[in-house]
Design a protein around this ligand. Structure first.
Ligand SMILES: [Zn+2]
Length: 224
């Protein structure tokens, strides 16, 4: 969609029923019931399979099928509203399967580099975190981290190059001028190798901030 039409589409959506972004059929909800059902098939029965040290990961679904299509639509086809819905799904899963320690972490989305943010128009992790916090009532700190380095696409790199690529990719954001007392829960769209999360965690921990884990909408493979 051209950039100039975006505000008009959002404005129209307030008054009219829109089309499902996947099947194009008219719907009064953001995703039609059929596509919503297909999306729910990706939902993991146990989102806490990877919730263990050294990097506890909480994931709503398995990356693939409809969920893969949905995340691509968010990134490349301007669908911020779907990112918020996925964030709410993630929040509902968090409430149904709460971590044992009962802590109330502060939620920090994995930031995008400002150049990419300008291209895409939004940070999908930020929108997911907003939906997540709306449902869970957890506190959101949008600017806890900032991306100080523009990184290359991870999938094209070897394991060693991935580490190099992400070294010092993040710095502490203006949201943490005063260090938080509660631990942090990072939020991202996809958990793959964990390289991005580890780099973000290293930045926070080097500043004396504790990290509880990562909550992601999708988990790819077994994710190590
Ligand atoms: Zn549909």
């Amino acid at each position: 969609m051209p950039t100039w039409t975006r505000p008009f589409k959002n404005l129209l959506n307030l008054f009219l029923q829109s089309n499902c972004p996947f099947c194009q059929r008219p719907t009064t909800t953001e995703i039609c019931l059929d596509c919503g059902r297909r999306l729910q098939q990706c939902h993991l029965a146990n989102p806490k399979t990877l919730w263990k040290q050294p990097l506890p990961v909480f994931a709503w679904g398995k990356y693939g099928g409809m969920l893969k299509q949905t995340l691509a639509a968010i990134k490349y086809d301007y669908h911020p509203e779907i990112a918020r819905i996925l964030g709410q799904y993630l929040g509902q899963a968090w409430i149904s399967h709460p971590p044992e320690d009962n802590s109330q972490p502060i939620v920090v989305p994995i930031p995008l580099h400002k150049k990419k943010l300008k291209e895409r128009g939004y940070n999908q992790a930020q929108l997911i975190a907003e939906g997540f916090c709306l449902v869970t009532g957890l506190k959101l700190k949008s600017q806890g981290l900032q991306r100080s380095k523009q990184t290359n696409a991870q999938f094209s790199l070897s394991v060693e190059d991935r580490k190099q690529n992400l070294a010092n990719a993040f710095s502490l954001g203006p949201g943490f001028l005063h260090l938080p007392k509660s631990p942090i829960l990072l939020v991202d769209d996809i958990y793959t190798t964990g390289a991005t999360a580890k780099s973000a965690i290293a930045t926070l921990e080097n500043s004396g901030i504790k990290v509880r884990g990562l909550a992601a909408v999708a988990m790819a493979g077994q994710g190590k």
